[in-house]
Design a protein around this ligand. Structure first.
Ligand code: GRF
Length: 203
C-alpha cells in the first residue's frame, strides 16, 4: 500500500511506521519521505531504512501556492494511495488540501477540537486540564479541523511539564497513528462527504 510521508523534524512517528512495516504488522510501502527542512533527523531515519528522501525548502518559493504546487507534483510522482503528515509544520493551501481530500491524514497533539495550533502541551497544563492527548484526523483545508478518526488520552499530573507531557503523548502517537494507517490500507477506514467512517459506522 503506497504512502508518502511528510515531515519537518525528528520523525519519531515516521520511525513507528518503518518499524511496524518491517515487523510485518503494517502492510505499507513508504515510497518517499519529504521534508520542508534540510538536515532534520527524520530524513536520516528514512535513509537508514532505504527510503527515497526529498527536501523541498519552503523558503525558496515566492508563495505558499508555489510551494504547495511543487510539493503536490513531487508527491504525485509516487502515486501514493495515502499522504501521511507526520510532524509536517506547514499550513496547507486549500487547493492542496482539497487535492488530497479523503486520502491525507495528520496527527495533532491534543484532544481535538481542543487546542488546535501550536504549544498544545503547555496550553493544556496552563488551563488546568485533567487530561490531554492526541488525535489522528483526515486533513481538511481548515487547520486541525478535519474529521477525527482516533484519539488517545493520558492524565495530566501535578508534576507534568510540557516536556514530560509531550513524551507521554508521543508514546500514544506511535500506537494510534500506525493503527489508523493500517485501517485505511485495509479499506476499513473511509471518508465520505467530510466524515470519517470505520467500516459502516461514522466516527
Ligand atoms: C508530534 O507531536 C505530532 O503530533 C505533531 O508533530 C510531532 C511530530 O513528532 N504533529 P515526530 O517528528 O514524529 O517525532
Amino acid at each position: 500500500f503506497p504512502i508518502v510521508v511528510l515531515i519537518s523534524g525528528s520523525g519519531s512517528n515516521l520511525q513507528a511506521l518503518i518499524d511496524q512495516s518491517l515487523q510485518g504488522q503494517l502492510d505499507i510501502n513508504i515510497c518517499a519521505v519529504i521534508s520542508n527542512k534540510a538536515d532534520v533527523y527524520g530524513l536520516e531515519r528514512a535513509k537508514v531504512a532505504g527510503i527515497p528522501t526529498h527536501t523541498l525548502n519552503h523558503k525558496s518559493f515566492d508563495s505558499r501556492e508555489a510551494f504547495d504546487n511543487e510539493l503536490q507534483k513531487l508527491i504525485d510522482q509516487y502515486q501514493p494511495k495515502l499522504v501521511v503528515l507526520a510532524g509536517f509544520m506547514r499550513i496547507l493551501t486549500d487547493t492542496f488540501a482539497q487535492h488530497y481530500e479523503g486520502r491525507m491524514l495528520n496527527i495533532h497533539p491534543s484532544l481535538l477540537p481542543k487546542y488546535k495550533g501550536l504549544n498544545t502541551h503547555q496550553r493544556a497544563i496552563d488551563a488546568n486540564e485533567k487530561e490531554h492527548g492526541v488525535s489522528v484526523h483526515f486533513v481538511s483545508p481548515e487547520l486541525d479541523a478535519g474529521a477525527v478518526i482516533l484519539q488517545a488520552s493520558t492524565a495530566i499530573t501535578k508534576e507534568d511539564t510540557a516536556e514530560s507531557l509531550a513524551n507521554k503523548v508521543h508514546a500514544l502517537e506511535h500506537v494510534i497513528y500506525p493503527l489508523a494507517i493500517k485501517w485505511f490500507s485495509e479499506d476499513r477506514l473511509t471518508f465520505h462527504h467530510g466524515k470519517a467512517f470505520f467500516e459502516q459506522s461514522e466516527l
